[in-house]
Design a protein around this ligand. Sequence first.
Ligand SMILES: NC(=O)C[C@H](N)C(=O)O
Length: 324
Amino acid sequence: MKHILALHTGGTISMTQNEAGNIEPSAHNPLLQTDQPFNDEISVTAEDFSNLPSPHMTPKVMLKLHDRILKAEAEGIDGVVVTHGTDTLEETAYFLDLTLPNTIPVVLTGAMRSANEIGSDGLYNFQSAIRAAASDEAYGMGVLVVMNDEVHTARYVTKTQTTNVATFRTPTFGPIGLISKGKVRFFQKLLHQEVCPIDHVVDHVFLLKAYAGMDGEQFELLDRPDTNGLVIEALGAGNLPPATLPAIQKMLDRHIPIVLVSRCPNGIAQDIYDYEGGGVELKKMGITFCQGLNGQKARIKLLVGLSGGKQGDELKHFLDNAVS
Ligand SMILES: NC(=O)C[C@H](N)C(=O)O
């Protein structure tokens, strides 16, 4: 018998639709009122960890969740399922992936339709996530996201559609497993990733998106004494408009770590183009290219690395090492 701990954090999966047709947090979590049909194979203990719509989630709450999961592991739990709002689910999942020791399966799930809507996907996804967390194959796979019959890695999954139940996708690399009629099957292995233990989280780590005609104005606003780091979602393969460069150089001169990813949903950022503002110049300036992550994930990775005390070359290596 596998013992699974379910930690409910809130989100649409714990919400209901009101008479006006709007979705709101429910005073009584609908997931806690439902018995799970796992016979004697799996036992589930559930806790109302929080009742947060996921836009209210913060790195400080993510750290508390991390602490609770470590405690569960010490108590002998075989796997953990975290239910979460889908808007920031990928950020919490990746935070846990980077900071937990990867010894028991940890699976995040959510829903796109609340508990009393027709075709509600919450209970179904919850049950699939429990099955994945209880699967022997889930060991050593890092933190997983189970939604809509697919298993994704926390590292690369992202929300791609505002309301569709098939919203969670892994651009470029694809899902690593499928759930079909209650059976979990994995067909890819996880590549190695460094785990970074932390006991606090730093703040003032920012994220900016590049656009045609961008200049240095927003970079100047973020060039503050308390700024700890910046992620830029750059253009295409990893390029920026030339007018941004002087302000970026000033931040780099003050040793503010600057990390670059692409704003394209597919592919990786690289130093390919050799023109003003091209990737070759950006890399020479000292910007760190973070391969394979989207902007919000790279921000979590920078925040975790800084919170773990990494700096200089160690921080750079931690960040540019996403796909190896
Ligand atoms: N589907 C959802 O869970 C979206 C909701 N706004 C949340 O993230 O809390």
